[in-house]
Ligand binder design. Sequence first.
Ligand code: FES
Ligand code: FES
Length: 137
Amino acid sequence: SAIQRNYHEKVIDHFEKPRNVGSLNTKAKNVGTGLVGAPACGDVMKLQIEVDEDGKTIQKAVFKTFGCGSAIASSSYATEILHGMSLDDAAQIKNSDIASYLKLPPVKLHCSMLAEDAIKKAVEDYKSKQNTETPNN
Ligand code: FES
Ligand code: FES
């Protein structure tokens, strides 16, 4: 099909069987939420991380993406690699890491940028909560 000709099999795999689709409690103190949109195409991605009691290890990552196959694949792959990763390493993830794994074509690079931005925002959100009195529930 046209899809199989134009997209790498890893994109198709994550698009057909997205990993870790879901939502976590936005208000929980150990959860960080990144919500980003792509002005160019209107796609929206929500990526959330749940952090271990140690305050630095990501024990769970989930996403919901309203967007193209490459955006869904990028967020699905991102949640896979985030599991068990430290917050510091997560903040270093580059869209090029995601794009090269999925072999995204240049026109789809912004889809992986959405994932990088969502990860960074989720980490920032978690960190900003640690200075507040929000209950952990
Ligand atoms: Fe249509 Fe991203 S441009 S879904
Ligand atoms: Fe816009 Fe993929 S996120 S085309």
